[in-house]
Design a protein. Sequence first.
Length: 278
Amino acid sequence: MDNRDQGIQNEMITKKDLRHLFLRSWTIMCSWNYERQMHMGFMYGMAPILDKLYKNKPEERKEAYRRHMEFFNCTPQMTGFIMGLAASMEEQNAKAEDDSFQAESISMVKTSLMGPFAGIGDSFFQGTLRIITFGIGLSFAQQGSVLGPILAVLLFAVPSILLGYYGTVLGYESGNKYLAKLYQEGIMDRVMQFASIVGLAVVGGMVASMVTITTPLTFTTGGTELVLQDMLDSIFPKLLPLIFTLGIYSLIQKKVNTNLLLLGIVICGIILGAFGIL
């Protein structure tokens, strides 16, 4: 048994738990939705570990469940590392006899990592590896060979599986190795601050890229036609998506039902579009 296996076996989470976590991570896209995207898949992967860590702490287990039902979105092949790291942080939180571990740091680290990891993962797996592997498979398929689809799937799946598994183990081991040291040296607060800044930047970038709201309104002044959208973009680009997102966020904070919000967005979009406002 190598030192890596020995180190894992000395913790509450075992190598078997990590294998289950890795296998469950491949279901992360099965419950994708527009509200919080991969959150249920992430929670499904973490559930057995949370049940084990907080077996005798029902309130802390409920809080951990809520924590991992928050918004999450990342390239599936890259989620293993984040899940492994989250499992390590949950383990540290479960071990803490007092409030020395700040549980909110788990959400901050997840949020700060999912954006950069998605950028790397999408570029490599979706933008490069998929094109190359399926191009190779297509060349065989055009010749009438059954190896075409088989090669395409294998050449894409093998790197994905290897990265997913070893990423899960590496994420867990990295957490065990560095988290305790960060707390002992008293610099975890700075790490949390950095993670929160990166996380806010990621969310801000998602608002700018994923929320699209424009207005076709124009005004004529002194024979000159002014396009309202161009004026807004020159003053504050993406202002309308920002106002819309902050408005929806405030309603969510007030516990307004998300189904009503979605219905209201659809109705308002139809009405404003019919009158030529948006």
